[in-house]
Design a protein around this ligand. Sequence first.
Ligand SMILES: [Fe+2]
Ligand SMILES: [Fe+2]
Length: 300
Amino acid sequence: MNPLLHNINLSAHQHFLHPNHMPWHAVRAEEELDFLSQQVCGRKDEQLRATAYLYKELAQLAEIEFHVASVMVRVIAESQMRGKGELWEGSDLVHALGCFASEEVQHANTFYRYVRTLTGCDYKLENNYFQERITLFQGDHSPLVKLAALCATAYVGESVITVFETRMRNMDPEMKSPFTRLLHLHGLDEARHIRTDHFVIDHVLPSLTPLERRQMEELINATEELNTTLALTSAAQLKRQFGVDFQTQNRSAEVQLAITLAFRRAILAGDSFRKVDDFLDSDTRALLKDFSQSERVHFH
Ligand SMILES: [Fe+2]
Ligand SMILES: [Fe+2]
């Protein structure tokens, strides 16, 4: 047994909310739309821009979650024949990844349902680059190389959304807003994903050979490139469809961009990847403190 891995999901069944726990009937209430407009754009009369921004960001996150879940299932399946070494002994790693993957499927489902309920619109992404992003992971690299690359890219986005969850939990401690509830539902599972990512940093990375670390780096770079393309094309499409530019004069969008770039610098380091809080510069910490009341991103 691997106690570190085993403990991550030990009480997952007690710290989990099914999407049916969301107050779906209140997602689009007038009071909630005002609240979102205030939180996103800093004023109450920007409902359309605020909700269009959330549509874009949460749809994009859902697409990344579908990819993470799909590749993780592939890693588990491939580990049957190719999962060599101590890390694959017993069922702890398979269990941790199985929980991770299934939770990401539910997150993607929940985020899509949320943005469609919120806006009353059902805009499908014209290109989600799913095939291209999956193809990257179809080669014969070892399952641990694929796992490490996948976690490195997921960890950046997971760290960014954690900052938004911390902000909303401070703004709305009683979780009256369905949006706060959404981020809380997501964050319950994300806390375990972050611990899994940290396990990968501490225990999977050191097990890779120099060649495998270069393969991981290539997979990370190619995935990041496609994720950036996804971000740019989905923003352009949704600006056209909603008829508003939701990225200008939008404090959330500005902070999101700044911390995404800062987190990439902190986390992605050539043939390695690192815990975000260990490598943040002082300007980014000050920005986090101002935006979310906490200069730390993760507490586990
Ligand atoms: Fe997620
Ligand atoms: Fe996650």
